[in-house]
Design a protein around this ligand. Sequence first.
Ligand code: ZN
Length: 409
Amino acid sequence: MKYIVLLGDGMADWPVESLGGQTPLQAAQTPAMDRVAQKGTLGLFFPIPEGMPPGSDIGNLSCFGYNPRECFGGRAPIEAANMGIALGPQEVAFRCNVVTLSNGVMEDFTAGHIGSEEAAELVGALDRTLASEFPIRLYPGVSYRHLAVIPGSEAVSADELSGMQCTPPHDITGQPWEPHLPRGVGCELVRAIIRRSQELLPEHPVSRKRRESGKRPATSIWLWGQGKPPTMESYASKFGLRGAVVSAVDLVRGIGVLAGLEVLKVPGATGWIDTNYEGKIGAALDALDRHDFVYVHVEAPDEAAHQGRADLKIQAIEDFDRRIVAPALAYLEQHPDCRILVAPDHFTTIKTKTHAGGPAPFAVCGAGVPVNGLRAYSEYEAAKAGIVFREGYRLVQRFLTQTDMDFAS
Ligand SMILES: [Zn+2]
């Protein structure tokens, strides 16, 4: 059996006024995802278990079939795994965004979707200065997403660093940033590092050039999502499957590394609406020649919703449908011993421009999957099914392990 998981990041949403009270999934034309629902089972699941923060880390762990309540220890150490950064036992990894602050507010947590090359130059320069002044190392990643490692010390222990309250910058778009600086024991160190970056970044030639050409400059780093590495059993031992993952995002690739999956490299995978959709699904379906399982993650719906752009979110959903889900369905036609799961990792709402938990729609079809007679992939249609997985990972575990999928119990 071949297993295909197609993950539309942040696809689920609440009703949007400008869409006449429809959600983006309802408003978008999604014939392929509707077909998955029609051919199989549509229902609801909680990718974010109740009481946990609605992050892509926890949501994607669930969609890989891991119980986040057992294995989650922070987002940044997962990204570190992808970047090949080994953490010492007393070292804590932080996600390091380069952001645009303006007039005291978090104007853009992506610094205008800064290019990876520009960002690497900035992060490299910043690392040379900061590392001489503070106990910190910086590592460049993709676009605005970078990594910082701070060792625990007598002044601030690793546990204190891990336990500090840090705010995801995408949660405070358009809001004053100062009240959201890290809090808790030892926060002075992290605050001092962030403030020092605000003296260095705006003056760097890369930032000046961006300002001159009307792009948003990187004016600060923002540290968050910190923690120690999670404890995860490999896919081979947990499910007896060999697999691969395709994603532009370090976090999802890092889960792949920690799960012992092959992380496929796809040129032009950007995490934005200009991503190389055909390259991603092509690489994934090719990988099924040598693997049992592929996970294709598309970031664009989430990013569009963070911008509060219903039009872009609909475009991202329609692109995902036509350019990712449709080719996977065509593969299923050719290879009947195969299953497809379509799901989001959490809600990203146009209304709040940020993530939310709650029951999200999933659709699954293929070998051994019953048909429950629903027509369209959306939040409302899925609620009609009377199927709710409160711990989302259990849905995925059934998808990967049950010969005949059972939704009755
Ligand atoms: Zn996400």
